[in-house]
Write a protein that binds this ligand. Sequence first.
Ligand SMILES: CC(C)(COP(=O)(O)OP(=O)(O)OC[C@H]1O[C@@H](n2cnc3c(N)ncnc32)[C@H](O)[C@@H]1OP(=O)(O)O)[C@@H](O)C(=O)NCCC(=O)NCCS
Length: 163
Amino acid sequence: MELRTATAADWPGIWPFLREIVDAGETYTWPRDVTEDDARRRWLVGPPGRTVVAVDPDGTVLGSAKLVPNQEGPGDHVANAGFMVAPAAAGRGVGRALGAYVLDLARAEGYRAMQFNAVVASNTRAVALWRSLGFDVVGRVPEGFRHPHLGLVDLLVMYRRLG
Ligand SMILES: CC(C)(COP(=O)(O)OP(=O)(O)OC[C@H]1O[C@@H](n2cnc3c(N)ncnc32)[C@H](O)[C@@H]1OP(=O)(O)O)[C@@H](O)C(=O)NCCC(=O)NCCS
């Protein structure tokens, strides 16, 4: 698996699994019926943001991540990131590899810390992964997310320093 900066040519490989994940409505605070244009604008971010992909030797995009400042101005030393792994490739270490890669990238770009604003508390795989990569839960928004099967669940704010 290769990890590298995404290009516009990667979008057709990202969109099918991004749409599947967003449409499921279980993990992202995006409109579930997001259009392809809106999704591309949200995911293929311009500078200072960065989008990366994990690609199979045969060229299949297995997952993707984006790294952006979490705030502007005096808050832009804290990074934010988002991750999506194709459901067909889940549980094979792609998310962990993307997480480690994005943490290194954030350090290299001079960020001092990374914050996730809205980790759905029922997303146990993601919460376990972020904890194992050094993140702590620093906040909890009670019933901040309407899960399609579980109803109202909490949103977690997760944070770790870099460096
Ligand atoms: C969360 C996500 C990025 C994880 O990616 P992944 O490639 O499946 O994860 P990995 O294979 O690297 O596994 C990471 C950890 O998840 C956990 N995990 C893996 N498979 C699991 C399973 N079937 N059930 C529960 N936990 C599991 C393990 O703790 C694993 O750690 P390990 O490396 O010590 O075994 C991916 O499931 C995803 O894109 N989900 C939908 C979108 C999303 O939730 N994004 C994150 C929003 S905060």
